[in-house]
Design a protein around this ligand. Structure first.
Ligand code: PEP
Length: 251
């Protein structure tokens, strides 16, 4: 057993409007009260102001799903780190595969966002993960290594305690296909070695590496039983109290 806390995060993606978000946030705040792990909910930008007062004072952190690479200025349609902080956001998810593959975000852009978020005191969940074609070509480790190294380029060791890595094989996200605990655990162990090379063994022992990709109540415990899997980034199953609660309260 590691000393790392389990960290279970819900990524609500582009779901819900304010009434539904308020209802779900209230229900989850109640259900996870007293939960032993670390928790986060990341609603859409337009729902953050609604959800913020509901999570305030609870054991659930408030997250955002993305942010601009610039602090402010002429960037139509973007949302800045200052605007997120103004709403009480504590954590931002960056480099999600939907941002990488549907919106063309590349490592250099993601790295700029990572550094900006950290400079402003936010916690970052940096998502990495290979496509099915990359896994089939035997390149899963190489892709995850490259995304980790590039995503963290220029990040100081002192800031690494505010970085969480989420390993999310792209072929498992929203597809109902989950990596086996063995396959996921192997990538987690590999990424931890990459962190050890970059930042030393102590930092590697401390860093939280979440798994994401069709995590459900019936597979969460087996995944998180793996030594190097320190929690979950949950999409679909975070949208219902009945599916997120058992994942969040596992163990
Ligand atoms: C995600 O959005 O990061 C995710 C893993 O989604 P799902 O759980 O729906 O596969």
């Amino acid at each position: 057993m590691s000393n790392r806390p389990y960290y279970i995060a819900g990524n609500w993606k582009m779901h819900m409007t304010r009434a539904g978000a308020a209802e779900l946030a209230k229900a989850l705040a109640g259900a996870l009260k007293g939960g032993r792990h670390k928790y986060l909910l990341a609603p859409s930008f337009t729902l953050i102001e609604t959800v913020a007062p509901i999570l305030k004072g609870t054991n659930i952190r408030l997250g955002a799903q993305n942010m601009a690479p610039e602090e402010q200025g002429a960037h139509t349609g973007e949302v800045s780190v200052l605007q997120l902080k103004d709403l009480g956001v504590e954590t931002v998810i960056l480099g999600h595969s939907e941002r990488r593959h549907s919106y063309g975000e590349e490592d250099a852009l993601i790295n700029k966002k990572v550094k900006l978020a950290l400079a402003h005191g936010l916690e970052v969940i940096l998502c990495i993960g290979e496509l099915l074609s990359e896994r089939e070509a035997g390149r899963a480790e190489a892709v995850c290594e490259a995304q980790t190294v590039a995503g963290l380029a220029g990040v100081a060791a002192a800031d690494l305690d505010r970085v969480v890595i989420a390993y999310e094989p792209v072929w498992a996200i929203g597809t109902g296909k989950t990596a086996t605990p063995e396959d996921a655990g192997a990538i987690h162990a590999f990424v931890r070695k990459v962190i050890a090379r970059l930042y030393g063994g102590d930092a590697a022992d401390r860093i939280i590496i979440q798994y994401g990709g069709s995590v459900k109540p019936d597979n969460a415990a087996a995944l998180m039983a793996k030594e190097d899997i320190d929690g979950a980034l949950v999409g679909g199953a975070s949208l219902k109290v009945d599916t997120f609660t058992p994942i969040a309260l596992f163990g």
